[in-house]
Design a protein around this ligand. Sequence first.
Ligand SMILES: [Zn+2]
Length: 201
Amino acid sequence: MENNFFNNDSRIGIPSLFYDTLTGKPFSKCQVCEKEIMEHSTNYIIEKVFRKNIISGKIDVHFEFAICFDCAMNLTNSYSKESKENLQRFFTENVEQDFKKHQEVKLATERDVVEHLSACSITGKPVTELDEYQIIGQFTGQYINPAMAPVMIGSGAMDEVSDLLSNKTLDEIDDFTGKYLTGPPEFRDFFKAPKRRPILV
Ligand SMILES: [Zn+2]
């Protein structure tokens, strides 16, 4: 991935979109190993799934987590060989193409990032047309990791990604999410439904 999403000398802080919904503040720890992640050089990932509430029509955070690179690596290493190959192929064929377009975009402020996240990074579908989507960002300490712009993935594309994972891998992700995810209590039901799982990229 090219390092030209961002203006060279501007570091962007963590957009509030990626804050811990329960505290309204940035995540402070990896939810797996409890390492402090706001430290200067700690690399970590934040992933959140938003879903439209059928009754209120409001988009709510369905679940979210912060995980350090080491723990994320351990999880993806546990994916089956087949799943890893499928994911790799999918991202090479679909995502990288679209990311090339995004590379034209210069992200200089939090506002640019939020704007950038307003359409699916894979299909280009606007967030206003999605009932469910996830955002994934990589961070280093208190800043967005300049090597990777955050992405938004709409529900259609999420299903495509889930379909690429083997049952063994999906079971492992289920174990992981059961143990570590935070969010409203009903989020656990989310994992009982097929094809609705977090994907670490
Ligand atoms: Zn960790």
